[in-house]
Design a protein around this ligand. Sequence first.
Ligand code: 6R9
Length: 687
Amino acid sequence: KVKKNVSRKVKFKVKKKVSRKVKPKVKKKVSRKVKSKVKNDIEKELIFKTRPEWIKAALVNKTKYQKKYSDSIKNNNEFWKKEGKRITWIKPYKKIKNVKYSKTDVKIKWYEDGTLNASSNCIDRHLKDKKDKTAIIWVGDNPNDTRKISYKQLHSEVSKAANGLKKLGIKKGDRVTIYLTMIPELAITMLACARIGAIHSIIFGGFLAESISGRINDCESEYIITSDEGVRGGKIIPLKINVDEALINCPNVKKCIVIKRTGNYINWVDGRDVWYEDLIKDVSNKCEPEEMNAEDPLFILYTSGSTGKPKGVLHTTGGYMVYASMTHQYIFNYKPRDVYWCTADIGWVTGHSYIIYGPLANGATTIMHEGVPNYPDWSRWWQIIDKYKVNIFYTAPTAIRSIMREGDKYVKKTSRKSLKLLGTVGEPINPEAWLWYYKTVGNSKCPIVDTWWQTETGGILISPQTGAINLKPGSATKPFYGIKPSIIDKNGKEIKGAGEGRLCISQSWPGQMRTVYGDHQRFIDTYFSQFDGKYFTGDGAKRDKDGYYWITGRVDDVIIVSGHNLGTAEIESAFVAHEKVAESAVVGYPHDIKGNGLYCYVTLNVGEEPNGELERDLKLWVRKQIGPLATPDIIHFSPGLPKTRSGKIMRRILRKIAANEHDQLGDTSTLADPSVVQSLVDNRKNI
Ligand code: 6R9
C-alpha cells in the first residue's frame, strides 16, 4: 500500500513539474529540429532535386523536356518524321506510321517505304570523321586481356565476317543463331548478320542444350555461331559441348561456325562444323551492306520465359534503330567524348539496344566486359571504371544488391571519379539500393536513371532525363518522347491522375516489337486482347500526384492479403531496408483467414547469421514499415534465390515451394543456378 501511494505521488509531481516547466520548452526545440531534419532527409534522400551542375551537363532542361514531350504526343507523326532523320537512310522514307491496335487485329509499321542498313548505321557512317575512334573496348575476364577496336577495324572485321557468312550461302532473311559469351566476335557476327540482311537470334551463353534447341527449332534457323568454350569468372563454359548436344534435336541445322576462344580440344562434326578463322581467312574486308526495308526483320530475341514457352520477339530495322539511338543519346545524356559501359550481356535485349545498336549508331565508345563483377574480386567493375575512365555506367538492381551485400570496402578502394551518370534496368530498384548506388558508387554526385522497358519495347519507355526532372528513388519517373502510358483499374477503366493499376501504352512507338515470330495470334493475345486499343505491358504501376510512375512489378506479383493488394516489390523493399538483409523475395500461399499469407525468402548480408531473434525483428520491422497487413507470416532464410540468367527472381518456383508443391516446379532449365532450388526445398518452413 505504502509503495503504491508513494509511487503515485512522486510520479504525479514529477510529471507535472516537467510537463509545465521543462517540457514545453524542450518539446518545441526538439520538434522543430527533428521536423526539419526529417524534412531535410526527405528532400535530400527521397526526392533528389535536379542539381545546377546536372542541368548544365544535360541535353534538355525541364522546359525543353515538357515542350518536346507534349509535341511528341500531340503531333506524333511530325515528331517521328523529324526524329527519323537521325539515322542514315539509303532511300528516305515518306510514310511515317501505319499502325492498327485492336483486340483482334494488330499491325505496326514505321517508315515503311524507307530503306537502310543497320550495320552501316553503326559503322560506315562514322568512317568519315571517326574512323580511328574506339568503337568497342573489349575487357576480358582476365584483367590482362583487353582489346580496343576502332570504327575502321570494326568495319573491316564485320565485312570479313559478312563475306564469310555469304560464302556459306547465308542470305537476306535467313535466321542465324548466335550462342556465345561476351567476346568481340559476338558483336562482330551480329553486325555481320545485319550487314547481309540475315536475322540474328542471340542466345545467352549461359543457357543449356534444351533452351538452345528449342530456340533454333522455333525460328527454323539453319546456322549457328558458337565458340569452342567461353570464359566467365575464371570458369570455363563448354559452349561447343552444349551446342553438340542441342543439335541432336535440330536436324535442319546445316552449319555450325566455331570461333576459337580457349583453344581446348572439342568434338568436331565433319561437313557441319566450320572454323570461323578459316571462313574469314581469304575473304575481302569490304562488303556492300544489303539494302533493307525499314520493316525487314533485324533480329529475333527470345524472352526469359518465366512462364510458358519462350516467345520469339521480332524487331525490325528502321524504327528500332531510330528508337535505340535516340533513347541512348537522351536518357544517358550521351556526349561524343563519353566512355559508356552497360554491364548487361548481349544475349539480353539490354545488350542489343544499349551495348551495340544504340551506342554504335551514335558513334560512341562502348565497353564489352567478358566477366562478372566479383572476379578476380568484388572490386573488378570499379577497377574497370577507373582504368577506362568510364563516364556513363548502366547496370541492374540485382547486381547492385549483390555488390552492396559484400560491404563498401571493395568499392571504396577505387576512385570512380570519371563517373557522370548511373543507370539501372531490369526490375524495380528498392530505395535502399538506389541510395547505396548513389552515395557509394556515384560518390553522391551522379544522377541515376532508373529505366523501365522490356524486350518487347525495343528501348526505354519510362525514365528520367537528368537535368529535366527531380529524381525519386524507386520511381522510373516519366515517359520518354512519344510514349503515352495509361493505368487501367480492375474494371478496365483508365485512371486519370494519381492511382494504381495495370500499365498499358496507348500508342505505338518506332522501337516496338512487330510480332511473335511465326505466331502473330500469340502476339495479339498476349499484348492486345486485354484492353482495346492499348499495348498491355504485363506490369503493374502507380502514378503519384506529381505524375511520376512507380513500377510495382509484374501483375502476377500482387498478393491479396485480407482483401488488400500488396505488391511484392514493396514488401521486399522493406526487407532490404533492414541493415542485415541483402535480398528478399515474397510470395503468397493460401491462408485460411487472410486468403493469402506472406511467405518471405530472405538472404542475409555476408557475415550475418539467421536466428529466432532476427526473425522476430524482421517481422516487426516490415510491419512497422508498411503496416500490420504486411506482417510476414513465414520467414525462410536462404543463402540464395532462384533467378533467371538475366537476374529476375523466378517467383513461380518460390510459390510452388511455399505451397509444398515442389514436385510441380516445371521448367527450371533457365535458372542461373538450379541447385538453389533443392536447398530451398530441403529447408522449407511448414505453413
Ligand atoms: C529491359 C528488360 C522486362 C520486365 C518489365 C518489368 C521489369 C525492367 C524495370 C523493370 C521496374 C525498371 N523491369 N526494367 N521493373 N523498374 N526500371 O529488363 O527487359 O528482360 O524483357 O524484362 O522487367 O517487369 O516488364 P526484359
